[in-house]
Design a protein around this ligand. Structure first.
Ligand code: AMP
Length: 112
């Protein structure tokens, strides 16, 4: 079981900023920017490589929630970045799909 499943199950605490029937959003424990949040589906999808056509509505929902959470954090004007790390080269370390929301400072591009 992943650490994010334990958060979903209430077995370990998280600083949750959004909850609905399909997903939750919470603060990353090792923030890489002044604002660093994660949006995760309740459905246990391991990552982008496991997403199926049937997940289209869910994927759209995660994206829309990310924009709402970013807005609620006051990031609309300054900007922010959404990231999904997939697999080893993508730098994925937790194998439960998650969208990173990073903001509150200027972010470099391209990523290292
Ligand atoms: P990734 O490398 O894309 O798989 O991102 C996983 C993210 O989960 C990292 O940014 C971690 O800091 C974060 N993380 C790991 N454990 C926790 C936790 N218990 N609560 C919140 N964030 C976590």
């Amino acid at each position: 079981m992943t650490i994010f499943q334990k958060i979903l199950d209430g077995e370990i605490p998280a600083d949750i900023v959004h909850e609905d029937a399909q997903c939750i959003a919470f603060r990353d424990v090792r923030p890489q920017a002044p604002v660093h949040l994660l949006v995760i589906p309740r459905k246990p999808i391991s990552g982008l490589s496991e997403v199926a056509r049937d997940d289209s509505a869910l994927m759209g929902h995660l994206m829309v929630v990310a924009t709402e959470v970013a807005r609620a954090q006051g990031l609309d004007e300054s900007g922010y970045r959404l990231i999904v790390n997939q697999g080893s080269d993508g730098g994925q370390s937790v194998f439960h799909l998650h969208l990173h929301i990073l903001g509150g400072r200027a972010l470099g591009w391209p990523p290292g």
